[in-house]
Design a binder for this molecule. Sequence first.
Ligand code: NAD
Length: 246
Amino acid sequence: SENLARKVVIITGAASGIGEQLAYEYARRGALLSLVDIRKDNLGAVANKARSLGSPNAIIIGADVSKVQDCKQFVDETLNHFGRLDHLVNNAGICRSEAVENVDDVSLVTPIMDVNFWGAVYGTLFAIPHLKSSKGKVVVVASAGGWFPVPLFSIYNASKAAAINFFETLRIELGWAIGITIVNPGGIEMPLSDALIKQSGEEAFIPLETAAECAKAIVESVCRGDMYVTEPSWVKVLYFWKLLFP
Ligand code: NAD
């Protein structure tokens, strides 16, 4: 399993949820961190806690991953600061649900595709040369929903399916040079899924694991070089779902 001491790791969406917990997991293993988020308010506190947990250094970068220039900037800043890049964790994401008939471009399709799909693609494209020279790894936090349809989540799930397909293709083209791990969480207890439960008025997403447990599983899998991390209990739901809707 990979030793992360002084490895340089970029985590996008590090201000809350899974991304914040990923920062702590990498910190406990001694990694140098570049923490990226569109919301800078909580990032400083996350960086301080990461240092207290064992990260020799953690920098924070305010960036909108849906903007190609911002992605170039967070990769460049990380390289300028640390001189190398070992892992890029594409975790930033947004979730909105809507019935297919009410889907519109401005409030749903464009923002979700721009953050969840293009955000993961842009950062990865800028990181590839550096990851090739460090024999590094790229991670995408997609979703179990990227594998199967869920009512009201057509666009969110499509954005995750697109991301999964991109990273599968990357593995075929560059898997000999770069490690690629695709993460498919189910429903997790945190702001995003809490909001979904409230929004739907019912337990559309059942909290199955905490963000901390999810982050631990991700870092362990990435260090082992696993291709996928999928929440086991969610896979059972998936099989049940496929029985209902064959
Ligand atoms: P979260 O909302 O707690 O964290 C997401 C972070 O991404 C936030 O800090 C947010 O500010 C940041 N972000 C959003 N848009 C951004 C942008 N344009 N540029 C930079 N940063 C941006 O959510 P989370 O639950 O921790 O989600 C993390 C990832 O896990 C997402 O990709 C999400 O789709 C995925 N996921 C979550 C669940 C779940 O149940 N929570 C399930 C499956 C997949």
